[in-house]
Design a protein around this ligand. Structure first.
Ligand code: ADP
Ligand code: MG
Length: 271
């Protein structure tokens, strides 16, 4: 039974950046796990044909009976696609390599930008009583990413603290603007999070200063340090919060979740 005292459905957040290797999947997995640790009920939708988020959460390809592909293009019911994970309060819509052809197939469908939007609004989503849905986007501004943005209330952008980090952001923002104009007028930027930050590296500090100067308040105070435990965790099929709970990486993702939750509470109190 849906709880009538619950506010309107889950908050849906796309994790997007058309650059590969900037920490999208790592952020999707660990922010989702950190939110679950904070008692939130979270669904992670793996929208990358590579399926790294699915593997990283321990859902092996042979266990992916249905996937986000079926959700988008075969009208699969959510309850057939969603699988539980080892993290309490965290569910997953796994991806399979099928998704790599989805972009082309989507082009020829009538509601091509709205398929994920509609899939995530099936009535049976209520039975999960979700607080958050995070969508791990592929490294492109393809129709899959557009589907994620159309389905979402906001976009969270991981920015690798590296040379050329800010390049490409304008293209991403252009896509956000286009989605606002055509399909989802209230789409917000959730924030920009600096990833793989290295305090000993001047370049990291440079990128941070640059990002804060040009992007202002939308840059999260919390930054994710470069931390070997973070990069090891996926091969143990765990979020870093489970793999090494006291690591700097785990602490950083906890802090990011808390910062985001505080922002949401502040926004709610403002009405
Ligand atoms: P994307 O999804 O944007 O392609 P990933 O999250 O897969 O990026 O990250 C790219 C690579 O960087 C992966 O090997 C991942 O383990 C590593 N990585 C991501 N974040 C960190 C971090 N904070 N510290 C160390 N390695 C990281
Ligand atoms: Mg990825």
């Amino acid at each position: 039974m849906p709880d009538p005292t619950r506010p309107k459905g889950p908050k849906i957040i796309s994790i997007a950046n058309q650059k590969g290797g900037v920490g999208k999947t790592t952020t999707a997995i660990n922010l989702a796990a950190a939110l679950a640790e904070q008692g939130r009920r979270v669904l992670l939708v793996d929208l990358d044909p590579q399926g790294n988020a699915s593997t990283g959460l321990g859902v092996e390809p042979e266990d992916r009976k249905f996937s986000t592909y079926d959700l988008l293009l075969d009208d699969a019911p959510l309850r057939d696609v969603i699988v539980p994970t080892d993290v309490a309060g965290l569910w997953l819509c796994p991806a399979t390599t099928d998704l790599s052809s989805a972009d082309m197939e989507l082009v020829s469908t009538e509601k091509r930008s709205f398929l994920l939007h509609d899939a995530l609004r099936q009535p049976d989503i209520d039975s999960y009583a979700l607080d958050y849905i995070l969508i791990d986007c592929p490294p492109s501004l393809s129709l899959l990413t557009v589907n994620a943005m159309v389905a979402s209330q906001s976009v969270l952008v991981p920015l690798q603290a590296e040379f050329f980090a800010l390049e490409g952001l304008s293209q991403l923002m252009l896509t956000v603007r286009e989605v606002r104009q055509t399909a989802n007028p209230t789409l917000r930027i959730e924030g920009v999070v600096l990833t793989m930050y290295d305090v000993r590296n001047n370049l990291s500090q440079h990128v941070e200063a640059d990002a804060r100067a040009t992007l202002g308040e939308i840059v999260f105070r919390t930054m994710i340090p470069r931390n070997v435990r973070v990069s090891e965790a996926p091969s143990f099929a765990q979020p870093v919060l489970s793999y090494d709970s006291a690591s700097r990486g785990a602490e950083a993702y906890r802090a990011l979740a808390k910062e985001m939750l505080m922002r949401h509470e502040a926004a709610q109190n403002r009405g």
